[in-house]
Design a protein around this ligand. Structure first.
Ligand SMILES: [Zn+2]
Length: 326
């Protein structure tokens, strides 16, 4: 993060120095929509282009949703952060305009996860390049920026969709599913099994709350295999990748000099990716999510499959509004 100095300590920030709206958020997770209290700017390297990307996050009206906007392309259409505006999922989740391929924004999943975890429903995300800044490969710096921007309550109820029937998408030995869930907040569980022994088999699950997102998911970094890096570079990808923004694994060892941030950082990062990808429902999706050896492609297909049917899910927004007023 090039234009911010000082310690990045999103978890140690005392409540007293936060804007009033953020102090309120930590007391109670309100069912009304929220946007940013004020705009915030940051500059960081793009993972794939290796170029500096300037990003501005701005408040947006209630009902607006999260919308990305390229500022370096004349008359570029806004790109709503929704599953049906995703144009690629190979290495990251990419939003785009189908009829104008150059109008795209890649690597949105960590920012989307931070927006979900921090309870931001409405924001404009302006970027002057084809991807968001990668920062350290986790969502921690996005959470820090959102904390700096503060949080402002709005006058519409937060939209929530409840999954009412199981939906599952499978590809070879990978699968994802959403199951009905009677808990107050989404529940996510995931398992992975990598040939590299430094990763191996890992599983993780948690109830998603603002606190669990900050404490358990946000700081976990993306990862790649050493042997894949050369192929990515030859394809013109991951040009900004380094040990500063990704964990690099070489079979039984982690090449980053400082090692892992926690022993199961890999699976925690995958769960954080799923949080970001599922927020492309355009609202909170209250369900029990399971993933096995899954990634962005299956996460996106899962939302397409869920919303392709008119049954199997229910918009709880009006019910929530009633109960909030009671
Ligand atoms: Zn990721």
């Amino acid at each position: 993060m090039d234009n911010l100095t000082g310690d990045l300590a999103p978890y140690s920030k005392s409540a007293e120095i936060l804007p009033t709206t953020m102090r309120q958020m930590r007391k109670k997770h309100s069912p009304v929509q929220h946007t940013l209290h004020h705009a915030i700017h940051a500059v960081g390297i793009g993972l794939h282009t290796g170029r500096p990307i300037t990003m501005t996050m701005e408040p947006a009206p209630a009902g607006h949703g999260i919308v990305f906007q390229r500022t370096d392309i004349p008359a570029a259409a806004p790109l709503p952060a929704r599953y049906d505006h995703v144009v690629e999922t190979r290495l990251s989740t990419v939003l785009g305009e189908k009829d104008r391929p150059e109008n795209r924004v890649a690597t949105i999943e960590h920012l989307m996860a931070a927006l979900c975890g921090c309870g931001i429903d409405n924001a404009r995300i302006l970027v002057d390049g084809p991807e968001t800044p990668v920062f350290d490969g986790s969502a921690a710096d996005f959470v820090f920026l959102l904390d700096c921007a503060g949080r402002k309550a709005q006058d519409l109820p937060r939209r929530t969709i409840q999954v009412t029937k199981p939906v599952r998408v499978t590809h070879k030995d990978s699968w994802v599913e959403l199951l009905p869930h009677d808990g107050a907040t989404p529940h996510l569980s995931m398992s992975i099994d990598f040939p590299a022994s430094a990763i191996g088999a890992q599983s993780y699950d948690l109830d998603l709350t603002p606190t669990s997102f900050r404490n358990e998911l946000a700081a976990n970094r993306t990862f790649t295999m050493r042997q894949e890096i050369e192929a990515l570079h030859q394809a013109g990808l991951a040009l900004g990748g380094s040990l500063d923004n990704a964990i690099v694994v070489d079979n039984d060892s982690v090449l980053n000099p400082t090692g892992l941030r926690c022993p199961d950082e890999f699976i925690r990062h995958k769960v954080m990716d799923a949080v970001g990808d599922l927020y492309l429902a355009g609202c909170v999706l209250n369900a029990r999510f399971h993933g096995h050896r899954s990634g962005h492609t299956l996460n996106n297909k899962l939302l397409h499959t869920l919303f392709a049917q008119n049954t199997g899910w229910q918009d709880m927004t009006n019910l929530q509004s009633t109960s909030a007023a009671a």
